[in-house]
Structure formats: structure tokens, C-alpha cells
Design a protein around this ligand. Sequence first.
Ligand code: GLA
Length: 381
Amino acid sequence: MSRMQKLAQQFNQFFGYQGTHECHAPGRVNLIGEHTDYNGGFVLPAAINFGTDIVAAKRDDNKVKVLAVDINEEVSEFALNDIQFDEQYSWSNYVRGVLIALQKVFPKVGGADLAVSGNVPQGAGLSSSASFEIAVLKCFASLYELPLDGVKAALLGQQAENEFVGCSCGIMDQLISAMGHKGHAMLLDCESLDIAHSSIPAALDLVIINSNVKRGLVDSEYNTRREQCETAARAMGFKTLRPATMQDLQASKDKMSDAEYRRAHHVITENQRTKDMFDALNAADMATMSRLMGESHVSMRDDFEITTSQIDYLVEIIGDVIKEQGGVRMTGGGFGGCVVSLVPKNLTEAVKQVVNEKYEAKTGLKASIFVCSAEQGAFAG
Ligand code: GLA
């Protein structure tokens, strides 16, 4: 039985009737372009074969009732005209926030019963929350036949997260969950929201290794990085770091702190690496991809300071196996979470082996390894 079929049964058992709609939105892995999205820069993520499933049906009142089958079957219920922040069931704030944002554009949205289940590892930097937001939006768009496209849906998801949940994230996670293409990575210009897709060569496995480092202080560190970038941009006379060049940065070095300088240095160089990576992917030029991913990791470690010793170790031991035949770097917001690796298929077993042999012995933590595929976004047709 598929996950969705099981969820349909659970819907039936709980609500006592058949759900009418099934929706899915994927999580994501970012190949390169980290902490660039909220700076108006470039990112290159792929949607993955882990995500959030929802089985739903319309109600004829204005209530929303959500069953979280993976979270002790907790149930959250609220009226669409009176949506409050839920301190107890914090997961439900993603649904609540999204519905506040959606109603501003489509005031006639009505109630629904929802059963939700997801398999994106939480707190791993693989966007479980964005996949939840986009699945909810897809669900209401289908139930109420709303003319909602993927870009608009992504903006509403981001708005929910920024204004209701309280995380000042950029647009990458929601946009790739909505608009990714199967087998492809997506170059996104976070200023214009222009999109271009490039296929991931069939000879490569997309391997994600979860360090299982418990992430602490993520939101506050994330928001501090964001402020430092904004201060550095202002010191150069810009609104965002997008137009800034290395020359601008050098010229304004004295007008900013050392930390602000290094944060801006990461973003400016990362934007260039992300565009170069897209070209290298199009040309299936693995040696260049390998170098760019390696440089991106070093930049996150030294300039942006968002890696941890365990993550650096994973990157080191995997890099020793794949050399310039593959690429590896930390992915996502940082301070733990996952490493992403493009691995030639004949080396995937060796990568798994080295992680299993060395990582736990060195760090006391067990890594989880996922050989993933790039999948279709929820609104990508
Ligand atoms: C988190 C945020 C994204 C992005 C990444 C870092 O995933 O939600 O918007 O900023 O961190 O690249």
C-alpha cells in the first residue's frame, strides 16, 4: 500500500467518510547557493522524493480540522475567520499561517477536513515546513478550484512563514517545492523569480547524508546572518547584496565589521558559483561542479560560519572518496542538518561505506543516508 493509500484509510477512519482530494508537495535539497535567496541572489535546488501528503475534503462550514497522523494523531481545529497562533500544536501554525495568507487573495475559501503525513526528516535542512505549506496550498487550490500558480503559492507560503510562524526565510524552499521538475535542478533568480531547469546527469546519484546533529539556535543565528548581510549591503549603498561586486566590497571594507565583510564575501562569491554550477551542470562538467561545491562548503565554513565540526568531517571523508568525480557540501540553513553529494553511481557504495565506518566512530552520531531522486513540484503540472 502506498503512503497516500494508507493516509486515505486514516482519513476515512478518523472523519468517517472518504476524502475527495489527494495532494503531495516535495521537500528539497539545495545543490548550491546557500543564504543567497534573501539577498536577492541565485539558488540551485532540486525537489526530492520525500514530502508531505494530504488527503482532504471540503466542509460546508468555515472550519478547518487537521489530523496529523505522524504526530500522535494530534488534531487541530479552527475557524477561518478567527485564526490564532497555536502554542500547543506548533505544527498547525503552518496551516494557520498559510490560510491567513491565502484568504487575503481568495476571501471565499471555505472549510476543509485534512489528514496530513510527511516523511521529510524534520530539522534536517530539507524543508519539511515548506513542503507542508505548499501541500496545504495545493490542497485548498484543488478543493476550491482557485487560480493559484506555483510562484504565487510559494510567495504565500513564505509570507505565512515570515509573518505568522516567525522565521524570516527566503523564497527558495517554497518555490522549488512548487515548481521543481523531475530529474532536474532549478536555477532560481530570487530577485526576478526567473526559473531555468537543468537535468541532473543520469550517471550521478543524488546522495543526502543527515548528520543528525541536533540543531540549536537555528532561527536566531539565521536571523543574525540576514541582518549582517543587510548591514553590509547598506554600507556599500545597496538595498540587497545582489548588485554588489568584489570591487564594491573591497572599496567599502572599512565601513563594515569583519563579520559583515565575510558574510557579504560569501554571498557575492556564492552567487557566482551558483551561476557557474548551472553552466557546469548543463555541460555535465563534473570537475567544475566538484570544485564549485567544494568552494561553497569552505565559504560556508569560514566566511558564513554556519557549518559544524561533524558536517565538516562528513564533507572531508566523502570528498576523499569521490575526489573530482563528484561534489559534496553542506546543504540548507546550517548548524547541523545534511550534506548533499553528487556521486558517480559506481562510487555510491564506497560513500555509504566510508560514512558508516568513520562518522559514528569520530562523532558518536549515526548518520542517515538517502539516495534520492529529483522530483516534480506540486504546481509544476
Ligand atoms: C533555509 C531558508 C531558505 C534559505 C536557506 C539557506 O532553508 O528557509 O530560505 O535561506 O535556509 O540557503
